[in-house]
Design a protein around this ligand. Structure first.
Ligand code: SUG
Length: 445
């Protein structure tokens, strides 16, 4: 049976804005209250989906969430008509209104952790929605994520969608952004690398001092258990607390893997050698190819600013891979020179670089890899999710849909506008019809 990696990108929602909500994510803090362009953001995302599909990959899509999230505002004590709720929230708690308006579900690398049916003990694809409980604006995503995933991955014989872990900091879970599957080929047994930032039950274990570590070992272990993975398929590794303190809030800001290649910065992990040895020992059918970038080639600060490692590493053939990088990498002489050295080096299969302009998302700390959830699927499994896969016809419907419903500009003050809520609902209602998803939003139920 043939297996492919399918990338499900998050379609950017109509309320994309810059609220500075993510302490520890330097771009989000830096661009707080800038005027955003939801239209540009959504179109840039569609451009990437098309470009990756153009490189030969199967490309899927996850719908945006409904925002501003009125049920959250009502749960927190605001009442009256929708317009009154928005007005009150804008006056009394503007930061809260920004939080419930965030289009953060676009970063689908945080939507869930996914295990392939090849690795799972019960032979099904497992998806566990991430609780994202390190940040309030992200912690309200998982119910919507579960609904969307269940609408897409429907057949219980082939898929199991798990609810998020308990919403407690002990089980802080950020999904696939801290998870990489390494394998000889997608259909071969894989090694799933779970990367955590701290140990919740062991406060004396290493942890960052400045910024929060969002993912716990306990959460990673629970996800691996839910996914029926045996020890032969799992490696747990700790992120270097020093890089979290320099703005590496997810491991995918400092490392990316594909098949048997792991591209990473030398400071990314604690106990790197032991981790590499364990991956290599567990990997079947191929040797691990570690592609390490040393500190003297690129500092962690440069990596965080350029988002070099937040690229998508994708297979073009059995022997060639491409890196899909954000434009910020091309804009940095140091990073661009490094990329040229990398693609000229015959000891690794990375032979091509594709540059994408994702500035709207990047200003919130979301690069190419943040915007996609990787799901390895057999041809039969792929058939079952066909309605959410990109085709030129679907993109042909989505572009005019964005043009029609999305604003060119959005500032913080606009979030209280009841018209924005209405526009957003109209857009999402139409989208569920385009994608044939049925009713998945609270306002539709
Ligand atoms: O969780 N930014 C997101 C970025 C997520 C990036 N994802 C991965 N690395 N996989 C976050 O910090 C900022 C929103 C704002 O400030 O308006 C934000 O949520």
């Amino acid at each position: 049976m043939t297996y492919h990696e399918v990338n499900f990108d998050g379609l950017v929602g109509p309320t994309h804005n810059y609220a500075g909500l993510s302490y520890g994510n330097i771009a989000s803090e830096r661009h707080q209250h800038l005027i955003a362009s939801p239209k540009k953001a959504a179109l840039q995302g569609l451009d990437k989906m098309e470009a990756v599909a153009g490189l030969g990959l199967v490309q899927g899509l996850l719908p945006p969430h409904e925002r501003p999230h009125m049920p959250s505002l009502r749960q927190l004590g605001f009442s009256g008509s929708d317009a009154q709720v928005l007005q009150q929230a804008a006056m009394e708690a503007p930061a809260l209104l920004s939080a419930v308006s965030s289009a953060s579900a676009m970063w689908t690398a945080n939507a869930a952790t996914v295990s392939s049916s090849v690795d799972a003990g019960d032979g099904r694809v497992h998806l566990t929605a991430a609780n994202l409980n390190a940040k309030f604006h992200r912690s309200i995503e998982h119910p919507g994520t579960v609904r969307a995933l269940k609408a897409i991955f429907q057949d219980p014989e082939q898929f199991q969608v798990h609810d998020a872990l308990p919403a407690n900091p002990h089980f802080g879970d950020e999904g696939a952004a801290n998870h990489t599957r390494l394998c000889a080929d997608y259909g071969q047994p894989g090694v799933e690398l779970y990367v955590y930032g701290r140990e919740a039950f062991n406060p004396s274990a290493p942890k960052p001092e400045r910024y929060p570590a969002r993912q716990t070992l306990e959460a990673s272990a629970a996800v691996a258990r839910l996914h029926t993975l045996t020890d032969a398929h799992v490696v747990m590794a700790q992120q270097n607390p020093k890089v979290i303190d320099q703005g590496v809030f997810h491991n995918d800001v400092i490392a990316v893997g594909n098949r048997n290649v792991l591209f990473y910065h030398e400071e990314a992990f604690l106990n790197t050698e032991a981790m590499l040895a364990e991956i290599d020992a567990k990997l079947q059918g191929a040797d691990l190819i570690p592609v390490c970038i040393r500190n003297d080639q690129l500092t962690v600060e440069d990596a965080v600013n350029s988002y070099l490692f937040n690229s998508q590493l994708i297979s073009l053939s059995d022997s060639e891979m491409a890196l899909v990088v954000p434009k910020e990498c091309e804009d940095s002489d140091k990073v661009w020179t490094l990329l040229n050295t990398l693609t000229d080096d015959p000891t690794n299969p990375i032979s091509q670089v594709k540059v994408m302009d994702l500035k709207q998302s990047m200003r919130n700390g979301g690069g190419p890899a943040c915007l996609r959830l990787r799901v390895v699927l057999s041809e039969a499994e792929q058939k079952a999710v066909q309605h959410c896969l990109i085709t030129p016809e679907l993109v042909g419907k989505l572009r005019p849909w964005v043009e029609k419903h999305y604003r060119d500009e959005l500032a913080q003050k606009d979030l209280a506008d009841p018209q924005l809520l209405q526009e957003s609902r109209t857009a999402l209602d139409e989208l569920t019809q385009i994608l044939k998803l049925g009713s998945i939003y609270d306002f539709q139920l």
